[in-house]
Design a protein around this ligand. Structure first.
Ligand code: CMP
Length: 154
């Protein structure tokens, strides 16, 4: 993991990318600008884990480039199962921040990746300032939670 300098070109790309994400699209420019002032850019290598199931979470991520795998383990001695793939424009890490509970899955890089990272305090602020964003991200978290629950039953 390596912190990168966020250039103006990266900021423009972030703006373009998140406009395509339904819940970010509801944000006004002022809010988007404030997020941009707080967001950091990190590079991860293939094989690196961004977050681990069961650990506490302090960040929300938007994939800038690369491919990541989401996997879950149902018991201490079970194998982990890959449940989803994430790529540019996808976001993750919202569940632990919304519930204050441990991470529900492990997210690992399947290719070198660059991620925009928003710390929990800033994420909370965005949530409280933007009801539409808050509603959409909660919906996404609920869908993912439902999917994880469904998989635990099969
Ligand atoms: P969180 O629990 O904070 O950390 C792991 C993240 O993996 C989780 O938030 C979600 O953002 C993401 N995640 C969990 N389940 C899925 C899924 N089925 N599809 C895509 N992403 C998921």
């Amino acid at each position: 993991m390596k912190k990168l300098t966020l250039t103006d070109a990266d900021a423009v790309e972030f703006g373009k990318m998140v406009r395509k994400i339904k819940f970010f699209a509801s944000m006004n420019m002022g809010l988007l600008e404030r997020i941009l002032n707080r967001i950091t850019l990190f590079q991860y290598e293939k094989g690196e884990k961004i977050c681990r199931q069961g650990e506490g979470g302090d960040s929300f991520y938007v994939v800038y480039s690369g491919r990541l795998g989401v996997s879950v383990k149902n018991g201490l001695f079970s194998f982990s199962r890959r449940v989803a793939e994430l790529g540019p424009g996808d976001c993750f890490g919202e569940m632990a921040l919304l519930t204050r509970e441990p991470r529900n899955a492990t997210v690992a890089c399947e290719e070198d990746a660059r991620l925009f990272v928003l710390l929990a305090d800033n994420f909370d602020q965005v949530i409280s300032e933007n009801p539409a964003f808050s509603e959409e991200i909660k919906k996404l978290a609920a869908e993912r939670g439902f999917e994880l629950k469904r998989r635990r039953q099969v």
